[in-house]
Design a binder for this molecule. Structure first.
Ligand code: GUN
Length: 284
């Protein structure tokens, strides 16, 4: 059994990105990411801080726009349009979730598709589903990079994804399908999740429920990508898998923390560099 070290791979990716930032700066491009945080959700604040810190590490300029909980949808869209028109900004990230009075889809659609480094605009999700190059959401992209790093081929494999969100489950399903996997996406209405997981070659779980995946639900040699991040009452951070009992059965498994999480951030940085490079291309 191999524990997949997302932290080390993410650090290696960050080193490569730092070199790319240096090269871009020689061409007069300072890669820049605008991050919009609405309200004061502690988890969102933590994620945004981690993203800003990673940007700083590699030399990407990140500008945080902290907006009050009661900001209107109109004002938020006006702000996004300002950033769309700012030629020095390569990426715009709106941290989710947004407050309930705001229509999330309308906000995500307001981001210029070529600055949509989160890959949430329908133009980018449409490209992904059609197998055309665009921006791919960071968590699914990080998962594919981690699998590739460990030479795990998904072609022809039975892949079960648990969780059908627009952020993880659906785009991950599209990536896996494009790579030749046979996919099943389980969700809240799935009748018998174990009947899917028991025959899976690869399980990707993104639900947010500790110990959702237990040893009786998986076959010997399975690969497990644990995308859950849960804080237990004792403060410990765990994923969605009963790691202690399931890990010995796996061929590969990601730990939480230190697995998919750092890869998500590395992939966001990669997307920002991709956008900065296309800005350079449009200049020359
Ligand atoms: N909230 C949870 N995951 C994400 C993510 O990947 N991007 C953004 N913008 N918000 C999130």
């Amino acid at each position: 059994m191999t524990i997949m070290d997302g932290k080390t791979l993410a650090n290696e990716i960050q080193k490569d990105i730092a070199k790319e930032v240096l090269n871009l700066s020689k061409e007069g491009i300072i890669p820049s990411l605008a991050v919009i945080l609405v309200g004061s959700d502690p988890a969102s604040q933590t994620y945004v801080n981690m993203k800003s810190k990673a940007c700083k590490n590699v030399g990407i300029t990140s500008i945080l726009h902290e907006m009050p909980d009661n900001i209107s949808q109109k004002d938020l869209i006006a702000m996004i349009e300002n950033l769309n028109n700012n030629i020095n900004i390569d990426g715009i990230l709106i941290q989710l979730p947004l407050p309930s009075h705001i229509n999330t889809n309308a906000i995500l659609e307001a981001v210029l598709p070529n600055k949509d480094v989160d890959g949430f605009h329908t133009k980018n999700s449409g490209k992904l589903h059609s197998g055309i190059c665009g921006f791919v959401p960071a968590t699914p992209l990080g998962i594919m990079s981690l699998l590739a790093h460990y030479d795990i081929c998904v072609k022809g494999k039975d892949v079960v994804i648990i969780g059908a969100s627009n952020i993880v489950g659906k785009p991950l399903g599209a990536l896996m399908l494009n790579a030749g996997a046979t996919i099943s996406i389980c969700h809240i209405h799935t009748k018998d999740i174990a009947s899917y997981t028991k025959r899976a070659d690869i399980i990707c779980v993104a639900v947010g429920k500790p110990n959702l995946i237990t040893k009786d639900m998986v076959k010997q040699g399975v690969v497990i990508m644990d995308i859950g991040i849960n804080r237990l009452p004792n403060g410990k951070i765990v994923g969605d898998v009963d790691f202690e009992n399931v890990a010995p059965i796996c061929s590969f498994i990601t730990p939480v923390p230190g697995g998919v999480g750092p890869m998500t951030i590395a992939s966001l940085l990669q997307n920002t560099i991709k956008s900065a490079k296309s800005r350079l291309q449009n200049l020359v």
